[in-house]
Design a protein around this ligand. Structure first.
Ligand SMILES: Cc1cc2nc3c(=O)[nH]c(=O)nc-3n(C[C@H](O)[C@H](O)[C@H](O)COP(=O)(O)OP(=O)(O)OC[C@H]3O[C@@H](n4cnc5c(N)ncnc54)[C@H](O)[C@@H]3O)c2cc1C
Length: 223
């Protein structure tokens, strides 16, 4: 279906949210992703399609994606995304994916976000707040700098313990275990660049987590 750009919001010069209005209502669960197609001339080898998590909540009027634009060598897709004007339309798939909140509301949750990997959590938390619910959530949010910690205001909720992580050393499962005072009996969500998600999943398994305790969302294309 076609979706039409209605709003562009710069969180930082490089981190940008794009909001769209769909031609017909789209049903989705907070945390799910869509495929966006931007047809353009001379696409590079990565092509005209990308997956994006919806950073918006199903309770919101617009569909929003949030992305980090590369200054040095953006793909032809991102260049065309950057140059969209309000009123332009792009193609969007149905929402998909199972990186969503567990049905049971009494499982303590650890949300690990690497940079732009905060997008599914923004959707889930906005959905919880708008529908008057809460969960026991600890968020470990790794970013290059404090300025890049996007959606900080929304993350400031009484039911959330937020642990921003802007240190140079890599975030590890051992550090998350220490920050969150243990991971036992907690459901661990990991969203971020593929190498980080892989390394953390392995780290949590080494700490004794079971496969079922870990839910991952890989963002390929980021280092
Ligand atoms: C389920 C899922 C959900 C996702 N959700 C999001 C989301 O919410 N937000 C989001 O931003 N992304 C998300 N992604 C990732 C997204 O689909 C893109 O892969 C990502 O944004 C990178 O975009 P890009 O390839 O256009 O590269 P760019 O953003 O333009 O560049 C990214 C990096 O790739 C480098 N690069 C440049 N050229 C090449 C090349 N030819 N080959 C390899 N690397 C190159 C650049 O130097 C830069 O460091 C998601 C992916 C999946 C699978």
């Amino acid at each position: 279906m076609n979706i039409t750009l209605v709003r562009v919001f710069h969180h930082t010069p490089q981190i940008v949210s794009y909001s769209f209005t769909p031609e017909r209502p789209i049903r989705y669960i907070a945390g799910q992703f869509v495929e966006i197609i931007i047809q353009h001339n001379d696409p590079d080898k990565r092509g005209v399609k990308r997956w994006f998590t919806l950073s918006s909540s199903p309770t919101e009027k617009y569909l929003t994606i949030t992305t980090k634009l590369s200054v040095i060598s953006p793909s032809s897709f991102k260049k065309n995304l950057m140059h969209l004007n309000i009123g332009d339309s792009v193609e969007c798939s149905e929402a998909m994916g199972d990186f969503v909140l567990p049905k049971s509301d009494n499982i303590p949750l650890i949300f690990v976000a690497g940079g732009i990997g905060i997008t599914p959590y923004r959707s889930m938390i906005k959905w919880l707040v708008d529908s008057g619910q809460s969960r026991n959530i600890q968020i470990v949010y790794s970013a290059h700098s404090t300025a890049e910690l996007t959606f900080k205001d929304l993350l400031n909720q009484p039911f959330i313990e937020l642990y921003p992580y802007t240190e140079k050393e890599k975030l590890t499962a051992v550090k998350i275990d220490a920050l969150c005072s243990g991971i036992k009996d907690k459901q661990i969500y990991i969203a971020g660049p593929e190498p980080m998600a892989d390394a953390l999943s392995k780290g949590f398994k080494d700490l004794g987590s079971s496969r079922h305790q870990i839910v991952t969302d890989y963002f390929p294309g980021y280092k």
